[in-house]
Design a protein around this ligand. Structure first.
Ligand code: NAP
Length: 310
């Protein structure tokens, strides 16, 4: 138990921030955790369940005197919040975010960061389809990746300190370039979410034709997609609006592949299908070997395994 930052201010008190609050306390990484969320209800819940030592009605008040500020709000809200808190940040403080997209967040936040403050963008690849202050749990980040995307000229000591905090919460930390992050996440998370939303939408239309059969006989694949498609609509709207180019690039490639598979099915080309599915199966094996999921069938996905991430 080593205190890494004396006072941590969490701005936004949903799934990610509440998980951080639990983990910071459990591992003794912060002497004090304060917070802000826009609604009085969320702030009251945060006090009620002991997420924060204090909550503030405004973000500007919450960040005063904080050694680490974490923006944990939807990507589209980061810029306005950065503008609000910029003048109130303590000199020498570190400010990070947990947004699922990095390019747009850097563009929106960087102009508001005063000199003498360390702005180090980040993204924990961990999450569930649940949101709000009650949805967090301390083990969310355990053995998950936390990507940091330090900007040119970032202070190595400040980056190392933030890395130590993420590692203290159980995460594995990697550093990468902002644009590379957005492309990788478009492949591993953003486009798959769009596909899940689409497939569940298709089934919803079908349901009108076949009554409740889609729900009744939902096999593992569809059930898993409905879990992903139950993710927070505001968060995901913002992800697609802000990681537009990378998602459109991957979606274009996806559509091309889909047409090739569609043709193989039409032409009865079993060899093509078999070879394709053999290749994709190897990717799944790689994910299990890398410790990022288990081989156990778990189509309902117990929330606590933190198997999903934006
Ligand atoms: P969440 O559970 O929906 O919580 C969002 C929080 O932000 C709520 O406390 C909300 O306050 C607050 N908020 C929203 N707009 C605000 C504003 N304009 N000013 C102040 N507070 C505001 O969200 P989350 O899942 O923790 O996601 C937070 C961030 O983490 C997002 O950027 C997301 O991309 C990223 N992320 C999410 C996941 C995931 O799987 N969920 C994974 C990795 C990263 P109220 O409760 O008062 O409305």
């Amino acid at each position: 138990m080593t205190v890494i930052y004396n006072r941590v201010a969490l701005i936004g008190l949903g799934l990610i921030a509440s998980s951080m609050a639990h983990a910071l306390r459990q591992f003794g990484l912060a002497a004090e955790v304060v917070g802000h969320a826009r609604s009085a209800e969320t702030r009251a819940i945060a006090m009620d369940i002991g997420l924060c030592d204090r909550v503030y009605a405004t973000a500007a008040e919450a960040v005063q005197g904080a050694d680490l500020v974490v923006l944990a709000v939807p990507v589209g809200a980061m810029g306005d919040l950065a503008a609000e808190i910029g003048p109130h940040l303590k000199p020498g403080a570190t400010i990070t975010d947990v947004g699922s997209v990095k390019g747009a967040v850097v563009e929106a936040m960087a102009p508001h960061m005063p000199a003498g403050v360390h702005f180090i963008p980040g993204h924990p690849i961990a999450g569930t389809e649940h949101s709000g202050p009650r949805s967090g749990f301390a083990s969310l980040f355990n053995n998950r990746w936390w990507l940091l995307t330090p900007l040119d000229g970032a202070d190595p000591a400040a980056v190392a300190r933030l890395r130590a905090l993420c590692e203290g919460m159980g995460a594995n930390v990697d550093e990468m370039d902002v644009a590379h992050h957005d492309l990788v996440l478009a492949v591993t998370s953003h486009t798959p979410h769009l596909i899940a939303y689409t497939m569940v939408g298709v089934a919803d239309h079908m349901r009108r034709v076949s009554n409740s059969e889609v729900i009744k006989y939902s096999a593992g694949g569809f059930r898993d997609l409905t879990r992903i498609a139950a993710s927070d609509p505001v968060m995901w709207r913002d992800v697609f609006l802000t990681n537009k180019d990378a998602v459109l690039d991957i979606l274009g490639r996806f559509t091309e592949e889909l047409f090739v598979l569609q043709r193989a099915i039409r032409m009865g080309d079993g060899e093509h299908l078999h070879a394709y599915f053999t290749r994709t199966r190897a990717i799944r094996r790689g994910i299990i070997e890398a410790g990022q999921d288990t081989a156990a069938p778990d189509f309902g996905r117990v929330a606590q395994n933190g198997a999903k991430g934006g």
